[in-house]
Design a protein around this ligand. Structure first.
Ligand SMILES: [Fe+2]
Ligand SMILES: [Fe+2]
Length: 139
């Protein structure tokens, strides 16, 4: 498969936090890659979805590290990250056991990811940029 990750991050979802934007783009890429494999196999490839979940975990840790470095309160956001991983792992289990179909999971994943950026990460970015403007720090 030849999906380039460049251009997969919609302009409206850019946060101007380069490390986080690059990871969001890489997550869009991984979701596209997972969709491709699911359609090809009509099944959920465990290794591919496992790689996506591992990467999400790393991504959440990155956001938490950036927030900690700027002393921003990230408690609720971090809790959402943990709940998300639990929910997604639960989804993977039920799909792999045949209780739910893979395409419902893919729809959930895509909707969740855009919502994660709009509802959790955009307010975080706004707070981070405001803090940087006050302190003169660069992201
Ligand atoms: Fe994020
Ligand atoms: Fe987040």
């Amino acid at each position: 498969m030849d999906i380039s990750s460049r251009g997969l991050l919609p302009e409206l979802l850019v946060l101007d936090i380069p490390e986080v934007d690059a990871q969001h783009e890489a997550i869009f890429y991984r979701i596209e890659n997972l969709k491709f494999h699911c359609i090809e196999q009509n099944d959920l490839p465990e290794a591919v979805v496992g790689d996506l979940l591992d990467y999400l975990s790393e991504h959440f840790a990155t956001e938490e590290r950036i927030a900690a470095a700027r002393q921003l309160d990230f408690t609720d956001h971090a809790r959402m990250h943990r709940e998300t991983l639990t929910t997604l792992r639960g989804w993977v289990r039920v799909v792999l056991s045949g209780q739910r179909d893979v395409f419902s999971f893919l729809r959930y994943l895509e909707i969740w990811f855009e919502r994660h950026i709009r509802e959790e990460d955009q307010p975080f970015a706004a707070e981070l940029h405001a803090r940087e403007a006050r302190t003169g720090a660069m992201s």
